[in-house]
Design a protein around this ligand. Structure first.
Ligand code: SF4
Length: 340
């Protein structure tokens, strides 16, 4: 099975900038893993290239201001990941002289890496014979082993027993984990897996009824939450406030938000929905006078906010609101000019 899987991967691996032939840059693999946690591979490619061009080493990342790191992360969401990646780079400098450790336990002890990340980095950067269970590997493992609703540990152990025997020849740097991730992404897909093209078909226990494994998961319903951003305008500029370092969109700039139960006054604007992890936000913006806003504010051109905020990076939700304001204000100006 191991040989069939690795042979298949040799021919069918998609090319990604972090999948370089020969020895890999382990720091680049680590950055790619952080990006891929919540972002699809195709979308992660330009972000990866931008990020490693700006921060080519752990040292350059550790020493960068957090606003710079957040600006490079723009559009990817889950901004805590960017800050954790920076904390991880600092730990690499302090504990490992700026190098990525090859050992799974040392990797797992780094901030924000976790069990999956440590195993995925060890496998992909150093060709270690360990299985890392992400959603793709979970599905392939459940099918190959015919396990219903298994936990990640059962899959990890089952696949390692099958594919990662210590005696197996280390014939190439490519890891079993990387091949399994690729197989799950391109062949053993959630619906209608292409079993006839699968290198594991002869030994797969779930073939014949692949979609029965790993069984149905509980569907999590998205909770709804109302959010009331406040728009204060001065000419072409709007007021933004920096968000706290903990909570949603940490450290990013955004429109000030009315607290629950607060009556901010002003005039309401057309709302919209914005989906974040497990939640749908009902965004109900209001135009208010600047004197209603307390605390430190930054006045930025709305066009700059709609483009991501530049040196004041903003989250996607604030970018969307700024785009709407731009549309609204420019169509109103056209309307006023036409009327004049
Ligand atoms: S044979 Fe089918 S079910 Fe089994 S691993 Fe391959 S694609 Fe998945």
């Amino acid at each position: 099975m191991r040989q069939a899987l690795l042979d298949w991967f040799d021919v069918n691996a998609r090319s990604f900038p972090w999948r370089t032939p020969g020895p890999r840059d382990a720091y680049a693999v680590l950055v790619a893993e952080a990006l891929l946690q919540q972002t699809q591979a195709a979308r992660a490619v330009p972000a990866f290239e931008r990020f490693v061009a700006r921060f080519p080493t752990p040292q350059s990342l550790a020493e960068a201001p957090s606003s710079d790191v957040l600006a490079q992360w723009q559009g990817l969401g889950y901004y805590q990941r960017a800050l954790r990646l920076r904390a991880c780079a600092s730990a690499l400098l302090q504990r490992h002289g700026g190098a990525v450790p090859t050992d799974v336990a040392a990797l797992e002890a780094l901030p924000g890496i976790g069990r999956y990340g440590a195993r995925a980095i060890a496998a992909q950067a150093f060709g270690r014979d360990v299985v890392a269970v992400d959603a793709n590997v979970r599905r392939v493992g459940a099918r190959v082993l015919a396990l219903e609703a298994p936990d990640d540990l059962a899959i990890e152990r089952g696949l390692e027993a099958l594919l990662c025997r210590a005696a197996a020849p280390r014939e190439r740097g490519v890891s079993v984990t990387e091949a399994l991730i690729e197989l799950g992404a391109t062949v053993c897909t959630p619906r209608a897996p292409a079993c006839s093209r699968c290198p594991l078909l002869p030994t797969c226990a779930g073939r014949g009824a692949p979609e029965s494994f790993p069984g149905r998961r509980e569907v999590r319903t998205r909770r709804r939450e109302v959010m009331r951003p406040l728009v204060a305008r001065r000419g072409a500029c709007v007021a933004l406030r920096r968000r706290p370092r903990s909570g949603r969109w940490p450290g990013l700039w955004g429109f000030p938000v009315a607290a629950v139960g607060e009556a901010p006054g002003g005039r309401s604007l057309a709302g919209f929905e914005h989906v974040v992890t497990h939640r749908t936000l009902e965004v109900r913006p209001r135009i208010v006078a600047a004197q209603h806003l307390s605390g430190e504010l930054a006045w930025l051109p709305v066009r700059q906010v709609a483009a991501g905020g530049g040196d004041h990076p903003v989250a996607a939700i604030d970018r969307r609101l700024a785009e709407r304001l731009l549309d609204l204000w420019s169509s109103r100006r056209e309307h006023d000019e036409a009327a004049a």
